[in-house]
Write a protein that binds this ligand. Structure first.
Ligand SMILES: Cc1cc2nc3c(=O)[nH]c(=O)nc-3n(C[C@H](O)[C@H](O)[C@H](O)COP(=O)(O)OP(=O)(O)OC[C@H]3O[C@@H](n4cnc5c(N)ncnc54)[C@H](O)[C@@H]3O)c2cc1C
Length: 386
């Protein structure tokens, strides 16, 4: 396999680097108006939805260039390319794959222009891993569905304007994956109540959502009635792929190496301790494995194959690495490593302590490690079903 970039791809990398040098100030110099002007500039440049069809406002760009773009943005610690992470990562791709022409024209430009924030309503109080067993109900009545039920752990729900919602439209089914339908619902619809939940890091980014007789027009259905599971499997593959992206892990590892250089162990620089060096080498090797595995997905996508179960591999690797990197940084730093931002003793602005508390984002969000292992075992390795 040839990992070298072509001249055109290399030139694109240079173009992105030059843009970043010119338009991305260091983090501490980004004022209040920075994000808005950043979003406008990257949009003007055609870098939001870079590989999406030009017909809907994308740039028809190549997948390798898109990967280069993401990599350079992550290395430069640039803000996201759009205001809706979920809109860009899986709602938009889902609409482009399963949506009607009218839905594509209606929803895609707003995602690209950062005019709308999406959230994802899959999990319910009793159905998270066992997602296909959802009970939130939608009944077709005239020209709309009437939705009743509850969702939970919906990230971004306190501020999102739209939700991609999974509901059950049929209860008498042979297998639970049937009878599920996907709806696109405005969050300000009458009958929706959002109750934010505070996580252990003190953030209130997810919520419970209650639906009482919420009217959703039939034209807001994504895909056919009863085919929502198919839409979800594809969206989940995109979600897991985005969680499993590797550049950020290299960046975290660099921060860890800097911490090692600044730390002493038993009177000697920690960087001279063979055990510390070994740990760093193992981390680096595992992250490199993620990188090459990610290139496999890219190769498949270039061949026109949609993302599928293989995205569970990097999702699983990232989940364990994220925890282990933060734990190791805290172990090196001693008690100060546990201090959060705001404390005089916080190490690296409390970022390791925060990562250590925020592990559910990458470990549980998008499906737990056990579920990823089940998927890898059954769908990739062909083992008997759980
Ligand atoms: C930070 C965060 C953000 C989230 N954001 C969203 C969101 O935006 N939208 C959304 O819909 N959901 C979201 N979720 C919910 C998430 O998808 C679920 O929490 C997750 O799928 C697990 O479901 P559960 O909480 O019901 O746990 P359960 O399914 O009850 O699992 C409990 C334990 O049992 C294990 N387990 C369950 N089934 C099996 C099995 N078959 N084999 C082996 N082990 C099993 C699990 O691995 C886990 O350890 C988020 C969660 C977190 C933590």
């Amino acid at each position: 396999m040839d990992f070298e970039l072509t001249e055109t791809e290399q030139a694109f990398r240079e173009e992105v680097r030059n843009f970043l040098e010119e338009h991305l100030p260091p983090k501490d110099q980004r004022g209040p108006g920075f994000l808005g002007s950043w979003l406008e500039k990257v949009r003007e440049r055609g870098w939001v939805g870079f590989s999406w069809p030009a017909e809907f406002g994308g740039s028809d760009g190549g997948l390798i260039e898109q990967a280069i773009l993401k990599e350079e943005m992550a290395l430069a610690k640039a803000p996201p390319l759009g205001s809706s992470f979920m809109g860009l990562a899986w709602v938009g791709p889902g609409i482009m794959r399963y949506g009607t022409q009218e839905q594509k024209q209606r929803f895609i430009p707003d995602i690209l222009d950062s005019k709308v924030i999406w959230c994802t309503g899959y999990s319910e109080p009793n159905h998270g891993s066992d997602l296909a067993a959802i009970q939130c109900k939608a009944v077709k009545t005239g020209d709309h569905y009437l939705v009743n039920g509850q969702k939970i752990w919906t990230s971004g729900a306190p501020w999102a304007q739209w939700i991609i919602l999974l509901v059950r439209t049929q209860f008498d089914v042979e297998v639970k994956h049937q009878g599920i339908t996907c709806l696109l619902v405005p969050m300000d619809s009458p009958g929706i109540e959002v109750r934010p939940i505070e996580n252990m890091a003190g953030d209130r980014h997810f919520a419970e959502i209650f639906f009482t007789d919420v009217k959703v027009p039939i034209e807001n259905r994504l895909g056919e009635e009863g085919d929502g599971w198919q839409v979800t499997v594809s969206a989940l593959a995109n979600e897991r792929s985005s969680i499993g992206e590797v550049t950020q892990m290299f960046e975290t590892l660099d921060r860890l190496k800097t911490l090692v250089k600044q730390t002493t162990r038993q009177g000697k620089p920690a960087s001279e301790d063979p055990l510390v060096r070994r740990r760093l080498a193992v981390f680096e090797t595992r992250i490199a494995a993620m990188k090459y595995n990610g290139l496999r997905y890219l190769t498949r996508q270039i061949k026109g194959e949609p993302l599928s179960s293989e995205t569970s591999v990097n999702k699983l690797l990232r989940a364990s690495l994220e925890i282990e990197l933060a734990d190791f940084a805290i172990e090196l730093s001693g008690p100060a490593g546990l201090e959060l931002r705001g404390s005089d003793h916080a190490v690296d602005g409390g970022s390791w302590a925060k990562s250590s508390l925020n592990w559910p984002n990458v470990v549980i969000g998008g499906g737990t490690p056990n579920i990823q292992r089940n998927i890898i075992s059954e769908r990739i390795l062909g083992q008997p079903k759980d």
